[in-house]
Design a binder for this molecule. Structure first.
Ligand SMILES: NC(=O)c1ccc[n+]([C@@H]2O[C@H](COP(=O)([O-])OP(=O)(O)OC[C@H]3O[C@@H](n4cnc5c(N)ncnc54)[C@H](O)[C@@H]3O)[C@@H](O)[C@H]2O)c1
Length: 270
């Protein structure tokens, strides 16, 4: 299988490093909007083939599956092309899929062209349970994200809270609303909300709370689900990656696990 990496940053580099020795991986085409990360990654792994920023179509043609590990803009700009050519697409910048027209188009295109859109669990656990639960009625899903107040990058509408947060001794609610509103509000922290929404009851019914909590030293995600199946509560305390502190180490691990399932044909979970 030829597994193209779109975005040669932290996630792309970690995935490429892990899959280079997997049986069944023949070629790892590499593409990035900057050429330097592509060249740098190619020098570190086996089976690489580099493509320059103006060779997106050649990169897609050289891949059986494209793993997007770049940005929401890359999902919009490249993934419809991947699907229109009948290639599988794995998407990490899941927040882009809040755009219904894009998401519906990708699902329709995958069906028409006989390929797949894959969304790995990313930085969160429990997506298997949520998608199983969604086969019957789900009453509610709430995602609560707790962030340490120090170093928090606030959206412009909350900049006035900056000083209050420095002295906060109790959690301060920054946002409460639907997953769809959360994506617009905190565009850099939305992949987990989007993945939970797509696996479960959609962007409008999934509730999201974002708190600045002086009691936590790193981001914490908690998901509560209640439905016909019973109740579920998931809590994740992720380690950040070494090179991009905004990205959890778990995110590339989940993509690597998904690729391994595809190659081995053995699916555990769901
Ligand atoms: N699904 C999840 O749970 C999850 C978790 C963490 C990060 N992410 C997302 O994964 C993506 C990659 O994260 P990362 O930590 O590897 O980022 P990174 O900044 O380390 O690397 C991103 C790379 O993609 C390239 N890039 C950006 N836009 C591009 C475009 N339009 N076309 C081609 N290349 C482009 C950049 O030049 C960079 O080299 C981000 O969008 C991030 O939000 C998802």
């Amino acid at each position: 299988m030829r597994i193209g990496i779109l975005g040669c940053g932290f996630i792309g580099t970690t995935i490429a490093g892990a899959i280079q020795d997997m049986d069944g991986v023949e070629l790892i085409p590499l593409y990035d909007m900057d050429y330097d990360p592509t060249i740098d990654l190619a020098s570190k792994i086996k089976k690489a083939r580099t493509f320059s920023p103006d060779e997106l179509e050649g990169f897609i043609d050289a891949s059986d599956m494209v793993v997007e590990a770049a940005s929401q803009e890359a999902v919009v700009g490249a993934i419809p092309l991947v699907i229109s050519r009948g290639k599988d697409a794995m998407i990490l910048s899941v927040g882009a899929l809040v755009n219904d027209e894009l998401w519906d188009g990708l699902k329709r295109g995958a069906k028409e062209n006989g390929c797949r859109v894959l969304i790995p669990s990313g930085a969160i656990a429990g997506i298997d349970g949520i998608s199983s639960a969604s086969m019957a009625d789900i009453e509610h899903i709430t995602l609560t994200i707790r962030k340490p107040p120090s170093g928090l990058s606030l959206p412009p509408s909350l900049k006035h809270l900056g000083n209050d947060l420095k002295d906060a001794v109790e959690p301060v609610t920054l946002f409460e609303g639907s997953a769809r509103e959360a994506v617009g509000f905190f565009p850099k922290n939305v992949n987990v909300a989007a993945t939970v929404a797509i696996a479960g009851i959609g962007f409008d019914r999934t509730r999201v709370r974002i708190l600045a909590d002086p009691a936590v030293t790193r981001n914490q995600h908690q998901i509560e689900v209640r439905g016909r199946f019973g109740e579920m509560r998931i809590r994740m305390l992720n380690h950040p990656s070494t090179t991009n502190p905004r990205t959890s180490y778990m995110a590339p691990l989940s993509a690597i696990a998904s690729i391994k399932k595809m190659i081995s044909g053995v699916y555990v979970g769901n």
